[in-house]
Design a protein around this ligand. Sequence first.
Ligand SMILES: [Zn+2]
Length: 92
Amino acid sequence: MTDLSKLGRLALSAAMRGGTEGWGIHGSSRDHIRYSEPLERRRGRRRRCYCGCGNPVTHRGMANGVCLTQACELGITRWVRTGDVKPMRTHP
Ligand SMILES: [Zn+2]
């Protein structure tokens, strides 16, 4: 059973809406509610975000308690909204 008291605010909100079946075991960006979590501060260089912004990676994209991707805050915000870290290309 998932201990809801250990979840962050956004995780809890996602768990309330989507349920906690398979929480922390199986996460899908399509089937579960996406949310973001800030990465813990660590010493040393951070990896660069791949969304094209050139900023360091600061957040992770979560679904059902599973980390699915990592990017800058903007990239993860976009991922939560659209399921894609990179901006949508309107003209392919
Ligand atoms: Zn980025």
